[in-house]
Ligand binder design. Structure first.
Ligand code: HEC
Length: 137
């Protein structure tokens, strides 16, 4: 019986879609502010052409922070990676509104994040998350 309950719970957890209450269409427009530093490139196509200052954001939603290969992250973001922190909606929304502050608070480490841009409104951050989630595999 115990086993059965565990199995049901696991199914529910796996079946849950990435929680997103933002508007992906608005997020797509909002992404114009990110393009100077971030591209969105899937393994087989460039979805949004962008700068190289920041990592490729394809598939970022739901993945572990700081996991784009060959990108040189700040020590703070590398710490988030080492701690297995994932880009859930909540974490993403907190991060993009205050990258360095959020990283320090969440990882408990000191230092400076490399992303200098801040999203001012929480709703915009949610829309961006919805947009990026819609592009993940
Ligand atoms: C001025 C350049 C710049 C702009 C504009 C910018 N970013 Fe960033 N972003 C960066 C850099 C650099 C990093 C790597 C940060 C680090 O290593 O601390 C980063 C990291 C990130 C990460 C973590 C990625 C990962 O692999 O874990 C997310 C998510 C992110 N940015 C989202 C956004 C969004 C959304 C926008 C637009 C609202 C945006 N960024 C605008 C430079 C920028």
């Amino acid at each position: 019986m115990k086993f059965k309950i565990a199995a049901v719970l696991a199914t529910i957890a796996l079946g849950l879609p990435a929680h997103a209450d933002g508007d992906a269409e608005k997020g797509e427009k909002e992404f114009k502010k990110c393009k100077s530093c971030h591209a969105i490139e899937s393994p087989d196509e460039t979805i949004v052409k962008g700068g190289r200052t920041g990592p490729n954001l394809f598939g970022v939603a739901g993945h572990v922070a700081g996991s784009v290969e060959d990108f040189r992250y700040s020590d703070l973001l590398a710490a988030a990676n080492a701690q297995g922190i994932e880009w859930t909606e909540e974490n993403f929304v907190g991060y993009v509104q205050d990258p360095t502050g959020w990283l320090k608070e969440t990882t408990g480490e000191s230092g400076r994040g490399k992303m200098t841009y801040k999203v001012r409104k929480e709703d915009d951050a949610k829309d961006l998350f919805a947009y990026l989630s819609s592009l993940s595999e």
